[in-house]
Design a binder for this molecule. Structure first.
Ligand code: INI
Length: 166
């Protein structure tokens, strides 16, 4: 019997060269989100995702991410979606609403479409915490989300290839 090909492997061994990836970026706090996007591109490059197979769209703020994410995920053009944004508590009295609805909508987007939608949205108390999570290393949360997108895209494709949906 054919079994699913998956393992507890190191990200660097992921081969994303056949994957198409959509990225949704929120413009609010764009000095941070630009760095998350740079991190995501580095992570995708390490996983051999081709530049030509990456589409990036921008939305006004984190609250708008889920709609763009579910639209991209449902288009049939992508193996995984990465969402990038930054919600800073000090910036908004409605932090809980913006951050909470963004997270809820992103989870909903992947469950509704069956396409992985990664949560690369920072929800932090201070600008410094956001800077600390968007640096040049592999702990950049955009980079982490990108590697996760490749892992999940490959996994869902493998499950569906092994056990095609009825
Ligand atoms: N959007 C963010 O992405 N981050 C924030 O910190 C933020 N603050 O502070 O308010 C924010 N607000 C905008 C929101 O996402 C929507 O774009 C806006 O409410 C219009 O729907």
């Amino acid at each position: 019997m054919t079994r699913i090909q998956s393992s507890q492997t190191m990200p660097e061994s992921f081969d994303g060269s056949a994957l198409s990836i959509g990225i949704v970026c929120a413009r609010f706090n764009d000095h941070i989100v630009t760095e998350l996007l740079a991190g995501a591109r580095r992570g995708l490059d390490r996983c051999r995702v081709k530049e030509a197979n990456i589409d990036v769209v921008w939305v006004p703020g984190a609250f708008e991410i889920p709609l763009a994410a579910i639209t991209m995920a449902g288009s049939g053009n992508y193996d995984a979606i990465i969402t990038l944004g930054t919600v800073i508590r000090g910036d908004t009295a409605h932090f809980e609403f913006v951050a909470g609805e963004c997270a809820r909508g992103i989870q909903n987007a992947q469950l509704e479409t069956g396409i992985p939608v990664m949560f690369g949205v920072l929800t932090v108390d201070t600008n410094q915490q956001a800077i600390d999570r968007s640096g040049p290393g592999i702990d950049n949360k955009g980079d982490e989300a990108a590697v996760g997108a490749v892992e999940m895209g490959l996994l869902i494709n493998a499950i569906e290839a092994t056990y095609p949906p009825a």
